[in-house]
Design a protein around this ligand. Structure first.
Ligand code: DC
Length: 216
């Protein structure tokens, strides 16, 4: 494994914003693993597949060539980043992410990327499963209300009209599914640094992470 920074935490904790900034600072490849699960959910939904159609979803994944360009996800040469934040996908993705064979396939791809590149990877199981041996691990969290407010602002800025309470309920539901699923549930790795960002600015969080990283 090359240089690896693992960032885990619940939805809306600010992982991707922070990971991007740390990636720029240390010239790391940023891998947003949530976007990979969203890409699978998007393609499955487009094909009319439900999370029960496991064989079909797996053959779909085998045909998907996922690449990252900065924080953009390129699927088979098409930039599908914008589509990944559609509320319909956000509402369904955790059901697809709970499928064991889907996880095996995506974890395998994520580990291969980390073999080839210096990475900062964010998700739910990075420190516990994907990059167990990463020298730098962080668990970033914030209260559900704070996370809902951030996601609400983010979607409104993109012109996607949503209701705050819907977002909050969605986050609570998603936290429950992510932390209670049988395979690789969201949990802090025992050797991860815990950061509660509820009352912190983005630059304070970045600074805190960088204070733990020892890279020239
Ligand atoms: O971080 P996000 O909201 O884009 O993640 C989308 C979904 O994928 C969410 O339900 C959690 C799941 N996920 C996961 O199970 N494992 C990961 N490593 C990343 C995301």
């Amino acid at each position: 494994m090359k240089l690896a920074v693992a960032i885990d935490g619940p939805a809306g904790a600010g992982k991707s914003t922070i990971a991007k900034l740390v990636a720029d600072k240390y010239n790391l490849m940023y891998i947003n693993t949530g976007a990979m699960y969203r890409a699978v959910a998007l393609k499955a939904v487009e094909k009319g597949l439900s999370p029960d159609n496991v064989d079909e979803i797996c053959s779909l994944i085998d045909k998907m060539k996922i690449k990252f360009n900065g924080d953009r996800l390129i699927l088979n040469d098409e930039d599908i980043t914008e589509k990944l934040s559609l509320p319909e996908i956000a509402g369904k993705v955790s059901h697809f992410a709970a499928i064991e064979r889907v996880r095996e396939k995506l974890v395998f791809q994520q580990q291969n990327i980390a073999e080839e590149h210096d990475v900062i990877m964010d998700g739910r199981d990075i420190g516990t499963v994907v990059l167990k041996k990463a020298p730098y691990k962080f668990y970033i969290t914030a209260s559900p209300e704070e996370r809902a407010q951030r996601r609400y602002n983010e979607l409104m800025e993109k012109g996607i009209l949503v209701d705050y309470n819907d977002i909050l309920n969605e986050i609570i539901k998603r936290d429950h599914i992510d932390t209670h699923r049988k395979i690789n549930p969201l949990k802090k790795a025992s050797d991860a640094v815990l950061i509660d960002t509820s009352n912190m600015t983005i630059s304070e969080v970045v600074e805190k992470i960088c204070s733990h990283i020892n890279i020239q």
